[in-house]
Design a binder for this molecule. Structure first.
Ligand code: CP
Length: 306
């Protein structure tokens, strides 16, 4: 059994489907007037975040609390990391306090892979550098299934900063395993070489990528990870790659508009598109809680079958 969730690359389609089915059940709990279940009673969940987060951190914390776990948060800025403690020593310290599930976000790709074999706790990757963000892709897939009835055969266009995005990598692994056709589009400076080997179609223009798409997913332009010169300016980016109502018309009329957040309004999407009828961005946030409940529940029961 796999005790950790580090990415979707190494998870089978059956395991992914099992998480999504469990998340659909968890969502029913979230819709009850009293959102409290004993699924994680007696368990301890610690969020260890070395990078900023609103959605991921809060939804893990709420998910743990809704399932009756003891939940605690640590950020790098308020911890002994500031005194020079290493990541491994910090993780071992948290593990020694009886932690059952350690949720980790780190700017270094591979950080949760480094920690997982060293601790008895189940480690969940809440985003590592430019590698993966598996629970984001799972909540995206749950949202698509709810709205479209399934994933197999759908055309999903992912637009934006492909190069720096951990969200795109997890989505490509997950969506292609469940049978979607994935296209990516953006400035050529923000698309890594060899993307086709991941089983996706690569386009340099937005309209080509989104023609007949069932889902148009925008990715945040990651200003904090940009090296200078990858594109001239945010205004220029929006002009050529931003999705407004006119560009959205290249997709199917009932295409879903998705974004992992946080959104840069007027950069990836126009405000009209973000707030329009096709947008399911708020549903994605809601589903984030259900997916994280499902993942923690499955890990608390022994993990994923190999
Ligand atoms: N989508 C996402 O990971 O958002 P946060 O950075 O707010 O957690």
């Amino acid at each position: 059994m796999k005790k950790d969730l580090l990415g979707l690359k190494d998870l089978s389609a059956e395991n992914i489907q099992n998480i999504l089915d469990t998340a659909a059940t968890m969502k029913m709990i979230l819709q009850q007037p009293t959102k409290k279940t004993p699924h994680l009673q007696g368990k301890c969940v610690v969020n260890l975040f070395y990078e900023n987060s609103t959605r991921t951190r809060l939804s893990f914390e709420l998910a743990a609390k809704y399932m009756s776990a003891t939940a605690a948060n640590i950020t790098a800025s308020g911890s002994s990391v500031q005194k020079g403690e290493t990541l491994i020593d910090t993780a071992n310290t948290i593990n020694a306090m009886g932690t059952d599930i350690l949720v980790m976000r780190h700017s270094m790709s591979g950080a949760p892979h480094l920690i997982a074999p060293l601790v008895s706790a189940s480690v969940i990757n809440a985003g590592d550098g430019m590698d993966e963000h598996p629970t984001q892709a799972l909540l995206d897939m749950l949202t698509i299934i709810e709205k479209k009835g399934g994933i197999k055969g759908l055309k999903v266009a992912i637009i934006g900063d492909i190069y720096h995005s951990r969200v795109v990598r997890s989505n490509i692994y997950g969506l292609t395993k469940l049978g979607a056709e994935v296209s990516v589009g953006g400035p050529s400076t923000l698309i890594p070489q060899g993307m086709e080997q991941m089983g996706v179609k690569v386009f340099k223009s937005v309209h080509e990528a989104i023609v007949d798409a069932d889902v148009v997913m925008g990715l945040r332009i990651q200003l904090e990870r940009q090296k200078s010169g990858l594109f001239p300016s945010l205004r220029e980016y929006y002009r050529f790659f931003g999705v407004d109502e006119k560009r959205l018309k290249f997709a199917k009329p009932d295409a879903l508009v998705m974004h992992p957040g946080p959104v840069n309004r007027g950069v990836e999407f126009s405000s009209n598109v973000i707030d329009g009828d096709q947008s399911v961005i708020n549903e994605q946030v809601t589903n984030g809680v259900a997916v994280r409940m499902a993942v923690m529940y499955i890990l608390s029961r022994g993990g994923f079958e190999e």
